[in-house]
Ligand binder design. Structure first.
Ligand SMILES: [Zn+2]
Length: 236
């Protein structure tokens, strides 16, 4: 069974993909699947012999760009293509500074500086997650951490915006049935069925409870995490 490369184009959204199949009908069906489109939305399904060498796929993004495909930079969102020089010059930028580079998960970066910035941001988030874990472990040594989430870094910050939830530890505590959450601002999210166990664990009277949305209680920690992080030197 010899697989051949086909280029599938979605009419509405202008998206495309390359699939490897034995015939055009199969390629069209697989392409529609990959593009999350209906069979009838597929504008074209053409043989792409220049991609046969990459059987069974995927085609490296740099090879796609070479053949006129367009990507968005995974870091800054800039359009990346083999004719991006005009856009760059129009923005007052030097095209020599923008040599596209492959990123993870088949994406691209527009330049080495975006690749580096993305790497630094990732490092920062990992540092923040480590610091957050340290703060939490010092504050609640008998809790068992199941997940640590940091959406920025390396600095831990108390966000006043409650929707942000930038620094969150998911954990279980002695006597709990399910996981609870704690954010760096010192707020707890505890499932209703674990409230009694939580109050016992924290030595908090039931009167301290504040009803939150979604049937979960929001509980204010006795000590603010920011105070503790200052002691540890992890915070601002
Ligand atoms: Zn970029």
């Amino acid at each position: 069974m010899i697989l051949k490369a086909y280029q599938i184009q979605d009419g509405d959204e202008g998206y495309g993909c390359v699939v490897f199949a034995t015939n055009s009908a199969t390629a069209r069906r697989e392409g529609a699947n990959e593009l999350n489109a209906d069979w009838s939305d597929i504008e074209s399904c053409r043989r792409a012999p220049h991609f046969d060498q990459y059987t069974p796929g995927p085609v490296p993004p740099m090879a796609l760009i070479e053949h006129g495909w367009r990507f968005e930079c995974q870091h800054c969102g800039r359009r990346v293509s083999n004719d991006m020089d005009d856009d760059l010059e129009a923005d007052g930028l030097d095209p020599a500074d923008f040599v596209p580079r492959p990123a993870g998960s088949h994406g691209v970066f527009c330049s080495e500086s975006c690749e580096r910035a993305d790497y630094m941001a990732q490092q920062g988030r990992e540092e923040a997650a480590d610091a957050l874990r340290e703060v939490f472990e010092a504050k609640f040594p008998d809790a068992e951490i199941t997940h640590v989430h940091a959406s920025s870094g390396p600095k831990l910050e108390v966000k006043t915006d409650r929707g942000g939830r930038s620094f969150v530890v998911t954990f279980k505590f002695p006597g709990s049935q399910y996981t609870s959450e704690w954010d760096f601002g010192g707020n707890f999210w505890v499932p209703r069925c674990d409230h009694d166990a939580f109050f016992a664990w924290q030595g908090i009277g039931a009167g301290d409870e504040r009803r939150g949305r979604d049937g979960n209680a929001e509980l204010n920690g006795a000590r603010r995490a920011s105070d503790l992080s200052a002691e540890l030197g992890a915070g601002g």
